[in-house]
Write a protein that binds this ligand. Sequence first.
Ligand code: BES
Ligand code: ZN
Ligand code: ZN
Length: 470
Amino acid sequence: MNIQLLNQNISDAKTDISLEYLTADQLKKSKNKKALKLAGFKANQDSICFLHNKNTLVCGVDSHTADDVRSVSAVAIKALKNTEYKSANIAIEDKTLIPALVEGFVLGGYSYEVYKTTKSKPKLKDISLIYTKDDYKSAIKVFSDAVIVADATCFTRDIVNTIPEDLNPVTFAKLAKKLAKENGLGCKILDEKALAKENCTSMLAVGRASRHESQLIHLSYKPKNAKKKVNLIGKGLTYDSGGLSLKPGASMVTMKMDKAGACAVLGIIKAASEMKLDVEINAFIGAVENMIGGDAYKPDDVLVSRNGKTIEVRNTDAEGRLVLADVLDYAQDKVKADYMFDFATLTGACMVAVGQYTTGVMGHSSKLKHSVGKASANAGELTASLPFNKHLKKQIKSEIADICNISNKPYGGAITAGLFLDAFIKEENKDKWLHFDIAGSAYTESPWDVNVYGGTGAGVRFMSEFLKSL
Ligand code: BES
Ligand code: ZN
Ligand code: ZN
């Protein structure tokens, strides 16, 4: 499907069908009021009605705000994909709604069919946004950035949706290399030998029982006049069986998505480089598979992490933090950045705390959390801050080592996981760092908003928005 922005009169535009967005109030004054009433259309948010003899698809919105427009656009595109229409258009006067339309159409129209022998072949080929105002030049910039970010989100979804047999730590590194080549990024990959030299013992322990070698992937985007430096760190568990603390069968299904943090980080650096942002970005990914076997790391082990801290392992399913401990330390050593963000499907507890739709945000700087909150509101992603406190910090104390990889109490698990990561953040970086728990937001088995079954690409939109704001 091709999406384009055109600057012309709507009456001059050739199309099979036109989309029209109406509120209930506007419906009362619509020239198609009678036909729509007959069809039972009330302009409720996310309801749609085809008027085939008028070549019009009418879409209901509560308001003409980005959130409502984005949501109904996803509904509209799904319906259009099942019709015989080859082209569709929509007239817009307000350029601030361009990103929402692009996101709704591109993300709502996404489907992942790699493993289907018969692929769907939608007839719809072209969607045109007809911009009727004069400042086309600034609108086209808004449009092209929105397309880059939406495409990067789909790129992230594609990787998340790839099965663990096809996407393991080694093939992940290959994929990162390919992206680096295509987008002119720097790329350094550490295999297990190199990881041992770097003392990434904690990360190596998690991947030890896998037949695939763990990989630390470092991609860099270095524009000439970079105003800021940002480090992005991603949890890349290409599969999380839980290890010897094996997950119950039902919880293991979907654990191919445990690499979603790493996939988001790839999507973000892809988008930033294509938008040519004046921000240096270094992306660090810990790609590891958590499996069982005679060589597996175990509950009762004590690991020595890269920064020298010892970690008591009491549960091998709390593996993401063990990988991130080393990758965070490596990233801080290699690049002194202005900001440092990690993305991880870290805890089921985060979903309990904030629901499946929201990314949990943790860190020390209220100011930075506020900026990210603003970026996510603009980008149409949901985030919520989960506050650290000194009492929860005590829950990850160990009797035998410096820190324990699980909490000794059943509550506050998302925050105690965040506090575990905090133990590996250097003093000078405390206020530069935020942790994003995307356990709920990264994957879905039922559609919501612009998300369809599978990976959602959580993190790509709000971080791209934040980077643009720098
Ligand atoms: N990858 C999981 C977290 C997860 C759960 C992500 C469900 C997405 C959906 C993580 O490695 C894990 O298993 N965490 C444990 C931690 C516990 C052992 C302290 C969890 O959440 O149960
Ligand atoms: Zn786990
Ligand atoms: Zn995990």
